[in-house]
Design a protein around this ligand. Sequence first.
Ligand SMILES: [Zn+2]
Ligand SMILES: [Zn+2]
Length: 85
Amino acid sequence: MFVAVALKGQDVKQQGQETLRYKCQYCDKRERTPALVRRHERVHTGERPFKCHLCSKTFTQRGNLNAHQITHVKMPPILPSTSKD
Ligand SMILES: [Zn+2]
Ligand SMILES: [Zn+2]
C-alpha cells in the first residue's frame, strides 16, 4: 500500500507564516524574500517589466510572459504581409 507515503507530507505544512517575514507595503500579503515582495508589489504599482519580443505585450511577472509566449509557439503572430511581386 502507499498510505505511508501520503502521510509523510503532513509535517512539511507546519513551516507556514514564520518564514513569510517580508510584507507588501500596499496590502497584507507576505513573502519569504524581499525579491518576492517586490515582484508582488507590481500588482499595485502597475509596473510591467517583462515584455514579449514578438508582439510587444507587457507583463508584471516572468511566468505570465512565459505563459503568453507559449501561445506564439502554437499560433504565430499575424504579421503584415510583405509580398514582393
Ligand atoms: Zn500587496
Ligand atoms: Zn507576444
